[in-house]
Design a protein around this ligand. Structure first.
Ligand code: TYD
Ligand code: MG
Length: 461
């Protein structure tokens, strides 16, 4: 007989409790418990599918093995048609891995994976619980390329999906999305904590035992975290985040977690009418194409993951009309902007207090790299003084609280990229020159130690 049980689950970590509690004992979060009805039948549990194991996968009875005896380098990877994705995953899709892709609604998750399914020469099963076959066909026609053997399945029952997958034996399985899946062994609504956890567990078991990579799309909640229990992120091998500003066409694919590669990689795409296009040379897109030198603009040599990228920063400093001056930043941390303004005021004697300050990073990209500070400071001073920074100058340096310009990592790569793109001059921290061979570059390297130095070199005539 099926037992009907009401259980409370923590929406943050997935812990359960027989009664409601205000603070989760497992993760310490407040007010995260929600009630779910769970029907578990013992007989049904034993009916769970047992996969026909493929050769070469882990056998049922593992023994302890000395680490030296384990053969290295036998992770088999499947190279997809999408070079950005391959790189983000650490060099291709690892067989038997479970990859979770999160992102805002409408950012292009389904498009990314359908495109992968259509253009990779492999047998692929695309399971959609969100769109009908016709809708998917329409989208596929928009994307155009179709050289693969791509099967579409519109189903939400995880057992049925995996039975089909087992019969079809595809090389990649794509699930759109985990929140629409439901397991017959659990009687709560799709998207609930227990369902998400159970379905993710089933998919993980399938991926590992059949040695087939599974991509799973996950929705994200208001705060930007992947909806469902944190546990989901622990279960999967790789978590990717697809982000970007919907008003712009650029999309960034970041690694949040990767068991098979570094989390420093990222991929850039451009959303076009015919799907996503890989952007292999981002700098050229993120620099504006104007020839005029305008005040308030400065170019920063930043690193996004392992890739150097030159990005334009724009500042507008204007007389405040209302009592309290406004501060606004797009693509940059507002508190950090306030900090930089305070430094300029205290150490540079520049008065921003009576002015509105607006800051914008080109292309709708969000930058966390501290090396962008120096370019922002230059853009702010340039707008305040209304003196343009020549467009062939770029910057890379972090600004400290006492107005000192601090060194940044991978300075060599930044200089090389600026050099390659034809910049004439780069400003870096004077503490950053250790080990640099100035003769290697054509670009003129200027070193500065304090914001005052920057002011004197650039703006004092
Ligand atoms: P979608 O993949 O449905 O987003 P998600 O699955 O993350 O919710 O992408 C939807 C958006 O992408 C939609 O607003 C239209 C746009 N789009 C294009 O601009 N070009 C295209 O070729 C496709 C397929 C979609
Ligand atoms: Mg979608």
């Amino acid at each position: 007989m099926a037992k009907v049980k009401k259980v409370f689950f923590c929406t943050n970590c997935g812990a359960s409790s027989p009664k409601w509690i205000g603070k989760c004992n497992a993760c310490g979060e407040w007010n995260t418990y929600q009630e779910e009805v769970v029907v578990k039948s013992e007989t049904k549990q034993s009916e769970k599918l047992v996969w026909k194991k493929k050769q070469g996968t882990a056998t049922g009875n593992p023994r302890p093995v000395i680490i030296q005896e384990i053969k290295a380098g036998n992770t088999q990877r499947l190279t997809s048609s999408d070079n950005e994705l391959n790189r983000v995953l650490g060099g291709g899709i690892v067989n038997g891995s479970l990859v979770l892709i999160g992102g805002q609604p409408g950012i292009g998750k389904s498009t990314l994976l359908l495109q992968l399914a259509l253009s990779t020469k492999a047998k692929i099963l695309y399971v959609s619980g969100e769109e009908s076959e016709e809708q998917l066909k329409m989208r596929a026609d928009r994307i155009g390329t179709s050289i693969s053997e791509c099967y579409i399945l519109t189903e939400t029952n995880v057992s049925k999906i995996l039975t089909h997958a087992q019969d079809l034996e595809p090389q990649i399985v794509i699930i759109d999305s985990i929140q629409t899946l439901s397991s017959p062994f659990i009687d709560s609504t799709p998207g609930s904590v227990s369902q998400v956890r159970e379905c993710a567990g089933e998919l993980q078991r399938f991926a590992k035992e059949m040695n087939i990579p599974v991509f799973v799309i996950g929705h994200i909640n208001k705060e930007g975290a992947i909806a469902g229990p944190k546990l989901l992120e622990h279960i999967v091998d790789t978590v990717l985040q697809f982000e970007g500003d919907r008003n712009y066409t650029y999309r960034i694919l970041r690694t949040i977690k990767n068991r098979f590669g570094s989390t420093d990689e990222m991929g850039i795409y451009e959303m076009q009418a015919t799907g996503l296009r890989e952007v292999s040379n981002p700098s050229e897109l993120l620099l504006s194409q104007t020839d005029e030198d305008l005040s308030g603009t400065a170019v920063s040599a930043t690193m996004e993951g392992m890739r150097p990228m030159l990005i334009e920063t724009q500042a507008l400093v204007s007389k405040a009309v209302y009592g309290t001056p406004q501060r606004s930043a797009t693509g940059f941390d507002l508190r950090r902007l306030s900090m930089l303004l305070a430094v300029l005021e205290k150490r540079g004697g520049l008065l921003f207090g009576q002015n509105d300050v607006f800051l914008n990073i080109a292309g709708g990209i969000r930058v966390d790299d501290p090396a962008i500070d120096l370019a922002i400071v230059a853009a702010l001073i340039s707008s305040l003084e209304d003196i343009a920074v020549p467009s062939d100058i770029c910057f890379a340096g972090e600004v400290g609280l006492s107005g000192e310009i601090r060194s940044v990592n991978r300075i060599d790569q930044r200089i090389q990229e600026a050099d390659r793109l034809g910049f004439k001059q780069i400003f870096i921290s004077k503490y950053n020159i250790k080990g640099l061979n100035f003769d290697r570059y054509q670009i003129d390297i200027k070193t500065v130690g304090k914001v005052e130095d920057l002011y004197q070199t650039l703006f004092e005539v």
